[in-house]
Design a protein around this ligand. Structure first.
Ligand SMILES: [Fe+2]
Length: 292
């Protein structure tokens, strides 16, 4: 059996040296989300395909959400749940052999604080720019998703290869469209935790490069044009789902690599609510088969 050696946090100088060159080309202002996005914020998102809002919630509030997430995780594991509303959970194992959930779905249906979080009126500002008829779909598609990345033995979710979220639209028999992926950070996510890498401007590509520029999920290589989206606990990020992106593996290990991000479910069109009798979508069955 191998033991994981925990790594200490990197110094600010080491962090900035580890950032990709694209991070020196794109200077993201310290945006804050108010009742509406400002013209400057909208322009930034439209131009680059992503944006980050600092401190959407203060750390004390984030801590309360984390407590609830950990409580739900323990409860679902104790119940032996492997699927929620037809969507499989991705499970990992801690060093002591305890199971934990690395991709939780429909999380807000299991906790009052998470449910209330989704009622924050500032989400209306995002729904407004998402397009007409958008809503938060707590019971639709995968609901509120919480990704939990760790780099250590037993972790089933350490990274994610290059992809566009549009491939998923095709599996759901929908044409790829501009879809805003809204992430809320439960942990600090400095460069040594890996994290989201994006290819700026690639959301403006046509359908063919969107589908073929890289091998969806199989390609995990660094790209010379990638931008590293680093964030702090409480920050909110948006990326256009048509942009090429990946989740890089942490260089840190153990607790120092823990990265939890919640994804807010924006939906449009007819209401398609799921329940415990909902079938597993083909996308997840293929994903399990292909192990990506
Ligand atoms: Fe994605």
């Amino acid at each position: 059996m191998t033991t994981t050696i925990e790594t200490p946090a990197a110094s600010p100088a080491a962090r900035s040296a580890a950032l990709p060159p694209m991070n020196r080309c794109i200077e993201m202002p310290s945006f804050e989300l108010g009742e509406r996005l400002t013209p400057e914020q909208i322009e930034f998102l439209d131009t680059f395909g992503f944006i980050r809002f600092r401190q959407f919630l203060p750390r004390a509030e984030v801590k309360k959400l984390v407590e609830e997430v950990e409580e739900i995780d323990a409860r679902l594991v104790a119940e032996g749940r492997t699927v929620i509303n037809g969507v499989p959970l991705i499970m990992g194992k801690r060093k002591d052999g305890r199971g934990f959930i690395q991709r939780m779905c429909f999380a807000s249906l299991f906790g009052e604080r998470l449910h209330r979080f989704l009622q924050d009126p500032r989400f209306n500002a995002i729904l407004e720019i998402a397009g007409p008829g958008y809503r938060i779909g707590e019971r639709e598609r995968d609901g509120l998703v919480i990704n939990h990345y760790r780099r250590e033995e037993g972790s089933a979710y350490k990274r994610l290869g290059w992809h566009t979220d549009s491939l998923r639209d095709l599996f759901y028999l929908e044409m790829p469209r501009r879809y805003l992926n809204v992430g809320f950070y439960l942990d600090d996510s400095p460069i040594e935790k890996g994290g989201v890498r994006l290819i700026p401007f690639s959301h403006n590509q046509g359908l063919w490069p969107m589908l073929t520029r890289k091998a969806h999920f199989l390609d995990t290589d660094q790209d010379p044009a990638e931008y590293a989206l680093v964030a702090e606990a409480g920050d909110l990020t948006i990326h256009d789902g048509r942009i090429w992106h990946r989740v890089a593996e942490a260089t840190a290990t153990g607790d120092a690599s823990q990265r939890r991000v919640m994804y807010v479910p924006l939906m449009e069109g007819p209401l398609k609510q799921k329940d415990e009798s909902s079938p597993t979508p083909l996308y997840f069955r293929l994903r399990r088969f292909a192990r990506f």
